[in-house]
Design a protein around this ligand. Sequence first.
Ligand code: NAP
Length: 288
Amino acid sequence: MPASTSTIPTLELNDGNTIPQLGFGVFQIPPADTARAVGLALEGGYRHIDTAEMYGNEKEVGEAVRASGLDRADVYVTSKLNNGFHRPDDARKAFDGTLAALGFDYVDLFLIHWPLPTLYEGDFVSTWRTLEEFKADGRARSIGVSNFQITHLERLAAETDTVPAVNQIEAHPYFQNDEVRTHGEERGIATEAWSPIAQGEVLGDPVIGAIADEVGRTPAQVVLRWHIQRNSIVFPKSTTPARIEENIRLFDFELDAGQAAKIDALDRGEAGRHGPHPDSFAYVPRAR
Ligand SMILES: NC(=O)c1ccc[n+]([C@@H]2O[C@H](COP(=O)([O-])OP(=O)(O)OC[C@H]3O[C@@H](n4cnc5c(N)ncnc54)[C@H](OP(=O)(O)O)[C@@H]3O)[C@@H](O)[C@H]2O)c1
């Protein structure tokens, strides 16, 4: 039986909009498989989809939302500006392209995917000002950033008027990214944790396995629940029907303080980081 959508909590963002705290991520889902996976997720009760121009599957996400029969307003959709389009005119064209690919007249949330401080003369500020235009014209209900370090956030705070609604960053038990998360919390920037189960790497950890036994849940549910209790937003990716269903069942159990503290203690700091470092990442994919 699908989990009731009413069981998924929403968080209020700093612009007054709300976001479902659990969603469904589509990174590395090939376009041909995306509509089926997103369709299963929507059928199973997910109401928040996280995509990006870089993932190459915005079109299929839009198709799945339409095929679901749900009202557009009942599904929260995020996309992201690809790395080749940081200059304002390029960002405007890319955002038009994202809306056209999705087949929507707005997205709920639009993010700068990476800060790219070594490209574009380090100017992500003009890019951010361009996203402010999309918010002002209503085509992005909320705007935010992804992979921004504290220095990047401080620069936006000093030079622009809008505080990002979210910062989407790598975070999981082995790389908890707490300084960036806490910095955001203190400034009203919600944290979205990407690769929340470290693409599966943390699921064999004996500490997590022992807690899973204690609470009668799976390791993935324990880790996702830990994120929820840290007030992070998560959108685990899966193309496996049973896992899509498993990953939404997080709201009828809790970790106690001792169990959460044991997961906190698994942090490996920088050594636990999986993805690229935002200070040096400079990958620019080919234009579509
Ligand atoms: N902003 C960024 O730079 C950035 C970077 C990376 C990711 N993201 C976002 O974050 C989302 C999630 O991150 P992610 O896709 O990297 O990794 P993830 O959600 O941590 O892990 C996905 C992997 O775990 C497996 N899995 C899922 N649920 C499972 C379960 N219950 N038990 C066992 N294995 C399970 C999946 O396998 P199967 O599919 O085979 O089931 C897949 O291989 C992405 O889809 C994307 O939306 C953003």
